[in-house]
Design a protein around this ligand. Structure first.
Ligand code: IPM
Ligand code: MN
Length: 358
């Protein structure tokens, strides 16, 4: 089969980690008889420098026509002082919206061989942790109205709005319930219903929708502040977690850290079609860009998720996951997951090792 993949390398370590994922995809193609065509497109800071916008129309058009999209990361010090609307991050938010990617799946999994890399006590994680965060991606405060002004006394003020409609909550609840059906049949819904009106609607809608369409699923509510605590207190208690855009952003970083390194976590973003966007959950790490020390595993896993979730290539997904597992079992580590006694390798070497195992 032929697959056309749009590659949005972005900024900082983006190009290096995408190169690692492409290397692995090409090896998968060779082994399993697929032809992956890659077209590199601009997004983020590099696009601001070249075209004066973080998201050129050409990038949107070509992503929409592709079979799926692989993204590295956007942002960097260089663009930190631009107004909100012109920042590199706006490119990422824009492409999520343009492709209608409302569902963001962020699995935080603790790899057995990395249990010692978790900052938590070994006892808390030794039986494994796998939290599937289902984050709503194109609504809420990220996309609500915002304003910055100066009042009559010359005092500056600003506001942002968190807004959710019933259909927006229902469609993400459906994704979480479908995921839970294949797993523990339990969904934890995270909100701040003791304070926010939008959270009260969220909570009510999640329960009504799940009860009507997925009676076999149990839904439990956890307030976001308590959730932040529970993730470090006992992460193994969670399976599928559904939440809003901003809470999902915050909790997925926390869950990532619990599993050892944010350099290991991938995410898939999908809407109603099979064309999705796959990216590591970490950022562009401008401080280590160009040094070949960034861990490419999150991006390689994102590529694997693309094969599974967009192209239905489950054996190919498993081949990549197993390859990562064996390279870790053989004690190879990039700097972020290095522990004494292991073999430290560069980012490109890590990708080579994984590709060789396919
Ligand atoms: C993420 C990132 C983005 C987000 C930023 C870069 C806009 O933190 O994908 O988690 O907040 O969604
Ligand atoms: Mn984030």
């Amino acid at each position: 089969m032929n697959y056309n993949i749009a590659v949005l390398d972005g900024d900082g370590i983006g190009p290096e980690i995408c190169a690692g994922a492409i290397k692995v995809l090409n090896k998968v193609g060779e082994k399993f008889g697929h032809n992956f065509n890659f077209e590199h497109l601009y997004i983020g800071g590099c696009s601001i420098d070249k075209f004066g916008t973080p998201l050129p129309q050409e990038t949107i058009d070509k992503c929409l026509k592709s079979d799926s999209v692989l993204l590295g990361a956007v942002g960097g010090y260089k663009w930190d002082n631009l107004p909100g609307n012109e920042r590199p991050e706006k490119g990422l938010l824009g492409i999520r919206k343009a492709m209608n990617l409302y569902s963001n799946i962020r699995p935080a999994k603790l790899w057995k061989s990395l249990a010692k890399a978790s900052p938590l006590k070994y006892d808390l994680v030794k039986n494994g942790v796998e939290i599937i965060i289902v984050r709503e991606l194109i609504g809420g405060i990220y996309f609500g109205e915002r304003y910055k002004g100066v009042d009559e006394n010359g005092v500056e003020y600003a506001w942002d709005t968190e807004k959710y409609s019933v259909p927006e909550i229902e469609r993400i609840t459906k994704i979480a319930c479908e995921m839970a059906l294949k797993r523990s049949k339990k969904v934890v819904s995270v909100d701040k219903a003791n304070v926010l009106e939008s959270s009260r609607l969220w909570r009510k809608t999640v329960h009504e929708y799940a009860a009507k369409h997925y009676p076999e699923i149990t839904v439990e509510d956890v307030l976001v502040d308590n959730m932040a605590m529970q993730i470090v207190k006992n992460p193994a208690q969670f399976d599928v977690v559904v939440t809003s855009n901003i809470f999902g952003d915050i909790l997925s970083d926390e869950a990532a850290q619990v599993t050892g390194s944010i350099g290991m976590l991938a995410s898939s973003s999908l809407g109603d079609s099979k064309c999705g966007l796959y990216e590591p959950i970490h950022g562009s790490a401008p401080d280590i860009a160009g040094k070949d020390i960034a861990n490419p595993i999150a991006t390689i896993l994102a590529a694997a998720m693309m094969l599974r979730d967009s192209f239905d290539l489950t054996d190919e997904y498993a081949a990549i996951e197993n390859a990562i597992q064996s390279v870790l079992d053989e004690n190879f580590r990039t700097a972020d997951i290095y522990e004494e006694g292991k073999i430290k390798v560069s980012g490109s070497k890590m990708a080579d090792l994984i590709a060789q195992k396919i």
